[in-house]
Design a binder for this molecule. Structure first.
Ligand code: GLU
Length: 299
């Protein structure tokens, strides 16, 4: 039997904090318990927010924590061609359509729909309103003209067509820290016509994560609970693209003293700042529940 493959996949758009450390250490811990391999993937598709110094920070922080990973590291920005090919395939299946809407146009349409119906417009699991379908009715001719004229556009999944093309039920297997597995039902329709190729980059988190997990032979995905709902969409994309579905474990999120999840945007203390305050890697590991024992085993 081939060894299980785990991956930690941070985005270099800020410094890592304790939440990332927990996710990285849990990946390492579960990989070593299952005699698995651990990969590191740099998810830098957002070329406006990702920076080389943040990427270097990831390597420095993870090495400091005692993490070891296989090389070469996959950097998503070097693989846009893979994501373009996947998007082309979905387009050839007529499952993507171009969307020229700005965020403002969408919000205005949602407000109009809410006013007309008197009901709140449905939201996706992240709380964003489902796309109200404005560009779905745009003819192929008109869309081609607008694209040829250089108009900015994203590509959205035609959810109804996608569900018809790969009919449900949709499921994946989740595993716990003891290695027990159970079947989970997925409901991709709750994401509506999700953006699969963004305006400013030739992919999206959803498309590139699904492609890379398959291209890298990832068998076990360990990531935060905040991404659990996305898995439903990932399972659908895997079905449409003929890719295997890995096992998933979505872990609880490390919280600050107010009970809020740690976030770069909320100014949570970074691992680099902890290190500058002379907090040791052993202390960080212990605080996250990875005691000295796991340090000895993993080094
Ligand atoms: N790049 C994502 C993040 O930093 C994680 C993606 C994943 O683990 O699927 O939140």
């Amino acid at each position: 039997m081939t060894a299980p493959v785990f991956r930690f996949a941070p985005s270099p758009n800020g410094r890592l904090h304790l939440g990332h450390a927990y996710s990285a250490l849990l990946n390492q811990d579960l990989a070593s318990r299952l005699n698995g391999r651990l990969l590191l993937r740099i998810e830098d598709i957002d070329i406006t927010r990702c920076r080389p110094d943040f990427e270097q920070g990831i390597y420095d922080d993870l090495s400091w924590l005692g993490l070891r990973w296989e090389k070469p590291v996959r950097r998503q920005s070097e693989h846009f061609e893979d994501y373009r090919a996947a998007a082309r395939r979905l387009r050839s299946m007529r499952l993507l359509y171009p969307c020229f809407c700005s965020r403002k146009t969408i919000m205005e349409a949602v407000a109009r729909n809410e006013a007309a119906s008197g009901n709140p417009w449905p939201r996706d699991p992240d709380g964003a309103p489902l796309y109200p379908g404005l560009c779905l009715s745009c003819s192929v001719d008109e869309a081609e003209k607008r694209i040829a004229a250089g108009e900015d556009h994203a590509w959205r999944l035609d959810m109804q067509a996608a569900l018809a093309s790969a009919p449900g039920p949709y499921t994946y297997r989740r595993f716990d820290k003891q290695g027990r597995e159970e079947l989970v039902e997925a409901h991709p329709e709750r994401w509506g016509d999700a953006v699969i190729v963004r305006k400013e980059t030739p992919t999206s988190y959803h498309l590139s994560v699904v492609m890379d997990d398959a291209l890298q032979g990832v068998t076990h995905v360990v990531r935060g609970q905040d991404l659990e709902a996305s898995t439903d969409l990932h399972v659908l994309l895997q079905r449409l693209l003929g890719l295997p579905t890995p096992l998933y474990h979505h872990h609880g999120l490390v919280q600050d003293s107010n009970g809020d999840k740690l976030a770069k945007s909320r100014g949570s203390e970074s691992l680099a700042e902890l290190r500058d305050r002379d907090v040791s890697a052993v202390e960080v590991r212990a605080r996250l529940g990875f005691g000295a024992q796991s340090l000895i085993v993993s080094l």
